[in-house]
Design a protein around this ligand. Structure first.
Ligand code: KIV
Ligand code: ZN
Length: 554
């Protein structure tokens, strides 16, 4: 897999959006969303997909297994347009037999399965979290890596909090893992503490001082607590790392993980410095980023490198003038390289289904007949309301209409009355997708959106706290599509889940809705968040029935 191209090494892209990324507050994804994202990551060309942490619950195990059975088996097309193998499907496991068994059960259907096991090596983690001596840690690593190896050929080991570990102890632990059969050694800067010089040196020292290190792949896994994750990852590559662990849009716990798009585009734009390649199809970056943002409800800051809305916008007159004279005056890469197209849709409300399909295919969307019908109906509605329908509008409506999570409740009708002299009132009709029953309720609120939420609550009746409400415009102009993101939290008792590292996290669910009417967009967003909350509740109940409560401490 690590084939040199034109004499350059390939840096393997290990995407952990579905595992470390999903640990971001509010990023909870259901099984179908995980599958959609995994499929898009495969299309993007990532080498390894870390699909989850199966020991957390039967629901998590099932989600990873589904990805292994499908995406982990499906041929794909590489960046040269040739048929390529499916990605490696990895699952995380703490260094104990139950976790490793769960990880193996989940990934074994994949053509290329991997078990990724970890154990902390920093003094603070060993003493306070694990309550283990360094010798006990070494013994556990030897035993558990060997156990993982007895199940699966491809084993990755991570010394958690390596960035704050004693390098000499690290050499010892890593040598042990390599002797026990690890084929990838991943060095995490778990709390984003190191600086680029320091982290680069750590990688170089590990390669030079760990017996066997030159026979395995050295990987880096950085967190962004000081905003240095990308810089540290690039320093790792310059010092011999040949796998990088990243997430789309840099999502992840606290300040997040290294973002895939930043590393990939840095390696691409500055290839004369780094002299390495990746297998990423960069034209798929924008679409992947958009999907991850839509599904997780984590909105991308406008000035985010590569994928932020302003990353290719030139507002200042002097910049626009320069751009017109020579594109490279202010742009170091083309928007098209990441799959953004500036073209305006030339179709209008009289355009036919065939022209619409051809345009979608040119944009990279290959929809089933059923999805095409749904998207085409939305396009016609939009073309009736909006003078200019842009590619951004099309992307938004395809996302809103086609890539939808499973719904318990569907929006049928929403009607509001508001103004400065009336009490904002909403009448909402919903359809229960399981029973087919339609229900109508009215609600009053401080404004039209609040009134809509109150009416929905009267029908759906799931306790929740609305924690965030955000409205953005998809494109410019008064007739722009409104893009609403809503987050809801689960109140109290069952509101917490634990991460792989045993940290509690509040369960927050997000929903996103798009419509030219922001009240309608809000109703869709709120309903989507509630549908996810209901689905997660069902998954949890299944977990409890199977006697596997979400995990606690290591
Ligand atoms: O940040 C970290 O240490 C991790 C490990 C489990 C690889 O996510
Ligand atoms: Zn991490």
């Amino acid at each position: 897999m690590n084939q040199p191209t034109d004499g350059r090494d390939v840096v393997l892209i290990f995407d952990t959006t579905l595992r470390d990324g999903e640990q971001s507050p509010g990023a909870t994804l259901n099984a179908q969303e995980k599958l959609d994202i995994a499929r898009q990551l495969a299309r993007l060309g990532v080498d390894i997909i870390e699909a989850g942490f199966p020991a957390a619950s039967p629901g998590d195990l099932e989600a990873v297994k589904r990805i292994a059975e499908t995406v982990g088996q499906e041929k794909r097309t590489n960046k040269f347009g040739q048929p390529a193998d499916p990605p490696v499907i990895a699952a995380l496991a703490r260094a104990n037999k139950q976790d490793i068994d769960a990880a193996w059960e989940a990934v074994r259907p994949a053509k290329h399965p991997r078990i990724h096991t970890f154990l902390a090596t920093s003094p603070i983690h060993m003493e306070h979290k694990l309550k283990m001596t360094p010798d006990e840690v070494v013994a556990r690593v030897a035993e558990m890596v060997a156990y993982a190896k007895s199940l699966c050929d491809d084993v990755e080991f991570s010394p958690e909090d390596a960035g704050r570990s004693d390098p000499r102890f690290l050499y010892r632990v890593l040598e042990t893992a390599i002797r026990a059969g690890a084929t990838t050694i991943n060095i995490p800067d778990t709390v984003g503490y190191t600086t680029p010089d320091e982290f680069g040196r750590l990688i170089r020292d590990i390669r030079e001082n760990t017996p066997g290190a030159k026979d395995v792949i050295i990987s880096v896994h950085c967190h962004n607590d000081l905003g240095l994750a990308t810089a540290n990852t690039l320093a790792g590559i310059q010092n011999g790392a040949r796998q990088v662990e990243v997430t789309m849009n840099g999502i992840g716990e606290r300040a997040g993980n290294t973002s895939l798009e930043e590393v990939v585009m840095a390696l691409y734009v500055r290839r004369s410095i780094f002299e390495v390649d990746t297998n990423i199809i960069t034209q798929e970056i924008h679409r992947t980023s958009d999907m991850v943002s839509r599904y997780t409800g984590i909105v991308i800051q406008p000035n985010k490198a590569i994928v932020g809305a302003n990353a290719f916008a030139h507002e200042a007159g002097i910049h626009q003038d320069g751009m017109l004279k020579h594109k490279r005056t202010y742009e170091i890469m083309d928007a098209e390289t990441i799959g953004l197209s500036h073209s305006q849709l030339v179709l209008g409300k009289h355009s036919g289904r065939h022209a619409f399909r051809v345009h979608l295919e040119r944009m990279g969307y290959h929809l089933s007949e059923q999805d095409l019908t749904k998207a085409f109906r939305r396009f016609k509605e939009l073309a009736d309301k909006k003078k200019v329908v842009t590619d951004a509008d099309i992307e938004a409506l395809v996302g809103d209409e086609v890539y939808q999570p499973q719904e318990t409740w569907e929006l049928v009708r929403v009607q509001v009355q508001c103004g400065n002299t009336v009490v904002p009132t909403a009448v909402v009709t919903l359809r229960n997708a399981n029973t087919g029953e339609q229900m109508t309720e009215a609600g009053f609120g401080t404004g039209p959106v609040d009134a809509v939420c109150q009416a929905i609550n009267r029908i759906v009746q799931v306790p929740n706290i609305l924690t965030e409400f955000l409205v953005q415009a998809v494109t410019e102009g008064i007739d722009a599509n409104g893009d609403v993101t809503i987050r809801v939290a689960v109140p109290e008792s069952r509101g917490y889940k634990h991460t792989a590292q045993g940290r509690p996290r509040r369960r927050i669910f997000s929903g996103r809705g798009i419509d030219t009417d922001i009240v309608v967009a809000s109703a869709k967003a709120y309903l989507q968040a509630l549908n996810k909350l209901i689905a997660a509740g069902n998954e949890d109940s299944a977990a409890v029935l199977l006697g596997n409560e979400p995990i606690s401490q290591v």
